[in-house]
Design a protein around this ligand. Structure first.
Ligand SMILES: Nc1ncnc2c1ncn2[C@@H]1O[C@H](COP(=O)(O)OP(=O)(O)OP(=O)(O)O)[C@@H](O)[C@H]1O
Length: 911
């Protein structure tokens, strides 16, 4: 046992070394470097080539470490630096692209052979220490870990460079203001991470062979180690690496070697979850009750539906033609294609189905799941198992496969969607790899590496898909149907919520959409697409093997969707055939496949983020004749809005004087305290926002006004104190539920999703007034959208920017964006309106209009809370003013009383 533990510690040292590289990069540049394992592979392979040329091992090791450091720095400059401001999903995709590209180049340079290295010492015989046998190379390995930790500690804490690295990490983009060259720091970090990775490869390869494809597995192990310390702790990475190594060794020692990988990956998910924020169940229960309670009070969008004209959706003809072309291909294909090509195109169709589901998740909600093929594989396995274990009929086997896969997605999603950004993606990767390893390790139950046969033929009753021609047609019809369903969904109220969640979860909560619930539903829906693809693939190949579950099987779908264009639904049908047909170009291409895949991912992410569909739209937009007076649209969404606005305007006539809900509820904050570590932002604050009144909230910079507004909106949980709306306790229930209950907020810095028109942004506000979830929204799509547009247009007109309805919102001036924030908030027909510096950036001549609007809103019964530095506005419109200073209320009363308070003059007005 002790010998096994020692072996575990040795393996753990390798993981720790890999984890240290990941920690270093993440600490400085907030990137998860998925190529860390490739640095290991390159270090070992370069050194082995040099040794083969007769260079002594020590010199070869030094050259290899320097070479890999240089490669890493080059990759940082050429690829990573260009993705700095991209979303997490894009950065991770770029990182995957780099890993695949490096792996592919390694295959070309060093072929598929396993390689080894001589040890750094001549002696081979192990030492005997207290009955344990320790090889000299194991000692080298431990020494390398200790020396690397010491050097990293010295570099980070005792040198000027280390101080600059830490500052670059802590201050992010603002580090440049202090004269810190953030680019050089990031480059240096990558170089050091590359060197550490190469060193790990060089010290381990005398013990274990290395080959070109080892990188990904090593990266995952390194990531598990790094995750222990939250990706930022050197000590955490070392402890995590050693623990993982020991855990694996124990699994092998007790005869469960096949469980090694699933155990390690389960450990990763547990660690990630332990580090994620979780809500208490009590709070969730209260939130759910309040969410249900709001139903009766909300002025329904459906009261408007009858009055709003149904819109002929823009681009409908184009979508219909595309769907008809795909279905026609399904019919004509069997007559046009030779049998071999028909089977190739059948699998392309299967991947298109996966790709459309993936696009809903990645393109709209911006969640990069590397586990899509997990659900495809699970479904294919369930088809096989239903027949094998329960002798199920073909139809029942399909039902079992679909229900089982979606239920599995719901369980997996409920766990992994608690994680954000990189952590979510890596958890899905862990699920995919873990399941593949599990199936491989259970030959008796699940067929092991050779898989299972499919014993059923797809069909209903006497109608069976028993020929390749029928399966081909069914696959492409399914793809067309899948695209039609997705295209309708993304043009519904739920579709807008998906896009908002993808852009900005805080904004989604502020309009009453629950990011978690939306992501979970889309996760399950995309799994349903994958499950359908699994059913088709099982019956096409008549067998299923573990490789279908693995993450690499899904790379083609990801790459195809990226190439076609994310967030387009139809991009999958453009991109996936190009990707899948590439290997068919010949034997020689197959050996270049990894390089091409990796390079294509990197190139698309960096150079063509909108893919082929984006390019196509750009060309079509450029060809479209346009009058001079017309504002140039920046996206298809913007162009589409042009035709709709006139109708929205007409419909808005019917809803212009929408009754505000005016439920007469009062928002009360009592004894609120908020602390940020040692900073007391608010202390013992009371505030009451009564219906029909405007409550001004003023105070010097840093007084705590925005923090109090965040507490009232539910987006910040107070350290102490309560918030109530009428009798309901809202403390800590979250911004989404507060928005659902009628508290609307306009942010100090406008939150404007990219590629949305002004009308669309205002429409987001109507979310809480719609009915039902994803299915209802899909079913009622166009009528509900018409009501949303009419309602939003009415509010745009109210704040005076209806003429900008079709302009891309992100191009508006700050003052117009501020007015748009108010329009969006009003579109929710709130009871309470929280405004954070609405006059900031407004022109002087706009102030009277804003004052008039605020008074009118109060007259309609709204409770308005106005945070503002523009004193003329506050004094003119406020019925009551609360003054904050250093987190405490120093005055509360009518304008004339507050204005003459010596304390207020001293703290604020006199400045
Ligand atoms: N996320 C945070 N972490 C740490 N401190 C914070 C955070 N948010 C606010 N603070 C601190 O809390 C205090 C109150 O900040 P807040 O933004 O609420 O003030 P404010 O009155 O809105 O200022 P301004 O008028 O400049 O917007 C400040 O000292 C600020 O530095």
């Amino acid at each position: 046992m002790m010998q096994a533990l020692l072996g575990g510690l040795a393996t753990g040292s390798v993981y720790a070394l890999l984890g240290l590289g990941i920690v270093l990069v993440f600490s400085v540049s907030r990137n998860v470097n998925l190529a860390q394992g490739e640095f290991y592979v390159y270090g070992a392979l370069i050194a082995s080539t040099l040794v083969g040329l007769g260079i002594p091992i020590l010199l070869a090791a030094v050259i290899a470490v320097v070479a890999v450091a240089a490669i890493a720095a080059l990759l940082q400059v050429v690829v990573v630096a260009r993705m700095e401001s991209a979303p997490h999903a894009t950065q991770l995709l770029g990182s995957i692209g780099i890993a695949l590209m490096m792996s592919g180049v390694a295959r070309l340079l060093w072929d598929t052979d396993d390689r080894s290295l001589p040890g750094l010492f001549d002696r081979d015989e192990p030492f005997d220490v207290w009955g344990l046998s320790i090889t000299p190379q194991t000692i080298v390995l431990f020494t390398a870990l200790v020396v690397t930790c010491a050097l990293l500690w010295f570099l980070l804490t005792r040198t000027m460079i280390g101080a600059q690295m830490s500052a670059a990490a802590a201050l992010s983009s603002r580090a440049g203001l202090l004269g810190i060259r953030t680019n050089s720091m990031a480059r240096l970090t990558y170089a050091v991470a590359g060197g550490v990775g190469a060193l790990a490869g060089i010290v381990v390869t005398p013990l274990v062979f290395v080959s070109y494809h080892a990188g990904l597995g090593l990266t995952i192990s390194g990531f598990i180690a790094a995750a222990f310390g939250g990706l930022r702790s050197v000590r955490g990475a070392v402890a995590g690496g050693l623990l993982l190594g020991v855990l694996e060794a124990v699994a092998v020692h007790v005869g469960q070697s096949t469980m090694k990988t699933p155990l390690a990956l389960a450990l990763l998910i547990i660690v990630l979850l332990a580090r994620s924020e979780s809500e208490t169940s009590g709070r969730r229960w209260r939130t759910w009750r309040l969410w249900r309670a709001r139903r009766s009070a909300v002025p329904s969008l459906h009261a408007v539906v009858g009055r709003a004209r149904p819109l002929a959706s823009a681009g409908r003809r184009g979508r219909f033609s595309a769907l008809a072309a795909v279905a026609a291909f399904g019919l004509a294909g069997p007559h046009l294609l030779a049998p071999y090509w028909m089977s190739v195109w059948t699998f392309v169709g299967v991947l298109v189905v996966v790709g459309v589901g993936l696009d809903l998740l990645l393109g709209y909600t911006k969640q990069l799941s590397l586990g899509q093929t997990t659900f495809m594989g699970a479904s294919a396995y369930l088809v096989a198992l239903a027949a094998k274990w329960w002798d199920a009929s073909p139809l029942l086997a399909v039902v079992v496969a679909m229900v089982g896969s979606v239920a599995m997605a719901a369980l997996v999603g409920a766990v992994v969607l608690r994680l954000r950004g990189y952590f979510f993606t890596l958890a899905t990767l862990a699920v995919a790899m873990g399941l593949e390893a599990l199936v491989n390790g259970l030959p008796e139950q699940l067929g092991g590496p050779s898989g299972l046969p499919i014993l059923t033929t797809l069909g209903i009753g006497s109608f069976t898909l028993d020929t390749p021609e029928k399966l081909f047609a069914a696959t492409w019809f399914t793809a067309a149907l899948g695209m039609a369903i997705a295209a309708r969904l993304v043009r519904s109220r739920f579709g807008y919520a998906m896009r908002t969640v993808g852009h900005d979860e805080a904004l989604a909560s502020a309009v009453g959409a629950s990011p978690f619930s939306i992501k979970l539903r889309v996760f399950c829906l995309s799994a349903a697409y994958a499950a359908v693809a699994g059913v088709l693939t099982a019956h096409s190949y008549l067998s299923v093997s573990p490789s279908v579950l693995g993450f690499l099987g899904g790379i083609d779908a990801i790459l195809g969707v990226l190439l076609g264009g994310l967030g387009t639904v139809f991009g999958a049908v453009l991109g996936i055939p190009l990707v899948r047909l590439l290997p068919e170009a010949g034997e020689s291409v197959t050996s270049y496949q990894l390089v091409i895949q990796g390079f294509a991912i990197v190139a698309i992410v960096v150079l063509m983020p909108r893919g082929l569909m984006g390019g196509l739209r750009f060309v079509l937009e450029s060809l479209r004749p346009r009058s001079n007076a017309e504002a140039r649209p920046h996206s298809r969404g913007v162009a589409a809005a042009g035709g709709l606005v006139a109708r929205a305007a007409a419909s808005a006539e019917a809803v212009t004087r929408e009754p505000q809900s005016a439920s007469g509820l009062r928002l009360t904050a009592s004894d609120v305290e908020v602390r940020f570590g040692g900073i007391v932002a608010l202390s013992g604050v009371d505030l009451e926002a009564a219906p029909g009144l405007i409550t001004g909230l003023i105070g010097p910079n840093g007084a705590g006004k925005s923090t109090l507004l965040a507490v009232l909106a539910g987006s910040r949980r107070p350290t102490a104190g309560t918030v109530r709306l009428g009798e309901r306790d809202l403390t800590g229930i979250g911004a989404g539920t507060c928005a659902q209950l009628g508290i609307a907020r306009a942010f100090q810095l406008p939150r404007i999703p990219s590629h949305m028109t002004v009308l669309e942004v205002a429409m987001l506000g109507t979310f809480r007034r719609g009915r039902g979830g994803m299915l209802w929204s899909w079913w009622r799509g166009q009528r509900e959208l018409a009501a949303m547009e009419a309602t939003a247009y009415a509010q745009l007109r109210r704040v005076g920017i209806a003429h900008l309805a079709r302009v891309e919102a992100s191009t508006l001036s700050t003052s117009d964006q501020k007015l748009l924030e108010i329009a969006r908030a009003l579109a929710s027909a709130p009871d309470v309106l929280l405004l954070d510096e609405p006059a900031g950036g407004l022109f002087e001549e706009d102030l009277p209009r804003l004052a008039g609007l605020l008074r009118a809103l109060a007259a309609e019964g709204l409770a308005v809370v106005l945070v503002e530095h523009e004193m003329s506005l506050v004094m003119e419109v406020s019925d009551r003013i609360v003054v904050l200073n250093e987190g405490c209320v120093i005055a509360d009363g009518p304008a004339e009383v507050v204005r003459s308070s010596p304390e207020v003059i001293d703290a604020y007005l006199g400045v």
